[in-house]
Design a protein around this ligand. Structure first.
Ligand code: ZN
Length: 639
């Protein structure tokens, strides 16, 4: 059992307890334990097997340790099953709809007999919900919208969730008999923020044993289908994993094809047609004389592509043709020998001259065939990458290794679970040059926001840690709230004394767009501000973004010289790739921050970097890819 699955079970218990209106401290105990498990970089199952003491983990007491052990050992949790018998299953789903919550879910159930999302929709449409005391027309309309949102996101999984489930499958598949290549394709490889199904691709000469090995994966709840070259299994959380097995000579073409996106593939295929090539999941083919003429005719009719074909293109076409002849020659020389051992050695005349294979074993073959540079998977969305690759002008995307520090992390001083010292040491271990401690400001009382006098004490602690842990700079920062009127939740004399000021909206998220936009722009206009954190406030699959004119905010950030965050938390990824791309166009620096609330969260940096790559960001676009000295200068200039 994987960490995400354990966390999911613990969260389910918390949901059901909440529905039963039980002690909120109990509910929180399950949620905190779930968060701990989800945030661990190690597999809890391994810790249990190794007999390690789970109680040493934060937020894991005796009961939680026992529940986790039970889950790992039996795959079940009796406590959850008991609760499920007492509370209708669908209600837990219902309570997660925006604007419903546990109390309303229970009342809907008791007063209207609603126990599923579908029931609720029916009841709203029948006008029953708006007549309930405390609900009203507007809240019914909001629930309807929430149902639509839920349906839209419902079946998609967070990338981090997929990662945890996919890694053990890959480990299992590497032992499949005769497997030569293995990769996850699809939106997972493009690092899209959420994914539907997982598309696994393998290359092997004999697909049968690979399929069998896949179908025997112990983590699957069922095998949905299994054919000669393709199979689908379903995991505990409902995620479908498809496996396709291709021949090694088709590996690259298949990997390109199944990585997508569809729009990207269509463009590449079209480029192929213009050059008389056929590109599909099996390889790259040149039509033989008769078919080839037809293909070129199509291209010419289509977009005049052949008239653009310059001398260089003709030259490369000739080169390719002779390469094709060599390939064809080799194939011809090989085939008869193996097929007819005692037969003639000359190639037999082919009745229908088929297409000639030019390549396809490597993904690079596909791009090379149409004159493109290799496009990193994260960019394959038809957002101009095909054209850029043809012009040999693809950006050099930022990598995880380029990141030199983390500019938003929390500690036990507010709602973090690890001490400043632990966070700093962990950052140093990652090879960072700097880390900013940015606990919450007073307005976020629930998250233990610091008042100015706490801040003064915290700085002493930061100084102490900085003296103790050498080789990494510790910046004094704060995640300061942008209050409803756009003012900042910390007096100016304190803001001035911070090394770095990160600002964010955490309250009154439902404001209309113009008000929210004014609020945020006013917030970042304060001269003390360096970074706007998680600008839209969205939580993937849970909370819609606030209504914000992002273009206006990004333009303001460009003018003010304020950086904008890609929050790397896998359920935030805020700003998203599209907004980050716009930021890049406007020359706004992006800070990729983990917003870590524990040492384990620091590894989320990889998710932020993936989104930055999807946004075409280079090292120079990323604030925390700067070396410390330059960062310090940048921070000081804002003052
Ligand atoms: Zn925040």
């Amino acid at each position: 059992m994987e960490n995400v699955e354990i966390a999911r079970a613990l969260n389910q218990v918390a949901d059901l307890l909440e529905l039963r209106n039980e002690n909120p401290f109990k509910v929180r105990a399950y949620r905190n334990a779930a968060r701990t498990v989800e945030g661990l970089s190690r597999r809890v199952a391994e810790m249990v097997e190794a007999g390690e003491d789970l109680e040493e983990l934060p937020a894991i007491g005796k009961d939680m340790a026992a529940y986790i052990t039970e889950l790992v050992r039996t795959g079940r949790l009796k406590r959850l099953e008991e609760l499920e018998q007492r509370v209708p299953q669908g209600l837990a789903e219902l309570m997660h709809l925006e604007g419903v919550g546990p109390k309303k879910a229970m009342r809907l159930h008791e007063e209207l007999g609603v126990s599923t999302v579908a029931d609720l929709e029916k009841a709203i449409r029948a006008g029953e919900v708006e007549t309930l005391r405390g609900f009203g027309r507007r809240s019914a309309a909001r629930m309807l919208q929430a149902i639509r949102d839920y349906r839209r996101h419902g079946t998609r999984f967070k990338l981090s969730e997929a990662d945890q489930l996919v890694q053990p499958i890959l480990a299992h598949m590497r032992n499949a008999p005769g497997i030569e290549e293995l990769e996850v394709a699809g939106s997972y490889r493009r690092r899209v923020e959420t994914i539907g199904d997982v598309d696994l691709l393998a290359a092997a000469r004999k697909p049968g044993p690979v399929i069998e090995h896949f179908a025997a994966y112990p983590g699957a709840t069922r095998v949905e289908s299994a054919g000669p070259t393709r199979a689908t299994i379903v995991l505990h959380n409902g995620m479908h994993v498809d496996l396709r097995v291709v021949k090694p000579e088709s590996w690259g073409a298949a990997l390109h094809y199944f990585t997508g996106s569809k729009a990207h593939n269509i463009k590449v295929r079209w480029l192929g047609i213009q050059r008389g090539l056929k590109i599909n999941e099996y390889g790259i083919f040149r039509e033989t004389a008769r078919d080839g003429g037809a293909a070129r005719g199509t291209a010419a009719r289509g977009k005049g592509g052949s008239t653009r074909g310059s001398a260089a293109a003709r030259k490369s076409a000739t080169a390719r043709r002779s390469a094709a002849q060599r390939t064809a020659g080799r194939a011809a020389a090989r085939k008869p020998a193996t097929r007819h051992k005692a037969g003639p050695t000359l190639p037999r005349p082919r009745p229908h001259p088929g297409p000639v294979r030019l390549g396809g074993a490597r993904e690079e073959d596909v791009f090379r065939a149409v004159g493109m540079d290799f496009v990193p998977p994260e960019m394959r969305e038809d957002r101009g990458e095909v054209e850029a690759a043809l012009r040999h002008e693809l950006p050099r995307l930022v990598t995880l290794e380029d990141i030199r520090g983390d500019l938003q992390v929390h500690s036990t001083w507010s709602d973090g679970r690890d001490t400043i010292e632990a966070m700093v040491r962990a950052a140093k271990e990652r090879g960072y040059e700097y880390i900013a401690i940015t606990d919450h400001s007073p307005a976020v009382a629930v998250a233990g926001g610091l008042r100015p006098r706490d801040l003064a004490r915290q700085w002493k602690e930061i100084d102490r840690v900085a003296r103790k842990v050498k080789g990494i700079a510790v910046l004094k920062g704060m995640e300061v709230d942008i209050l409803a009127d756009g003012s900042l939740d910390l007096p100016d004399e304190w803001l001035e004394r911070l090394d770095i000021v990160v600002v964010a909206v955490h309250s009154r998220m439902g404001m209309p767009q113009t008000k929210m936009t004014d609020r945020v722009i006013k917030g970042i206009s304060h001269p003390g501000v360096h970074i706007l954190a998680h600008p839209t406030g969205r939580i993937i699959n849970r909370r819609e973004p606030v209504r914000l004119d992002m273009d206006a905010v990004l333009e303001a950030a460009a003018e003010l010289g304020v950086a904008v965050e890609i929050n790397a938390q896998p359920d935030r990824l805020d700003v998203n790739d599209v907004h980050a791309m716009r930021a890049r166009e406007l020359g706004v620096l992006i800070a990729i921050d983990t917003d870590a609330h524990s040492v384990g969260d620091l590894r989320y940096m990889a998710y932020g970097v993936s989104q930055a790559r999807r946004a075409w960001l280079e090292k120079r676009n990323v604030l925390n890819a700067m070396p410390l000295t330059r960062l310090e200068k940048w921070l000081a200039k804002r003052r």
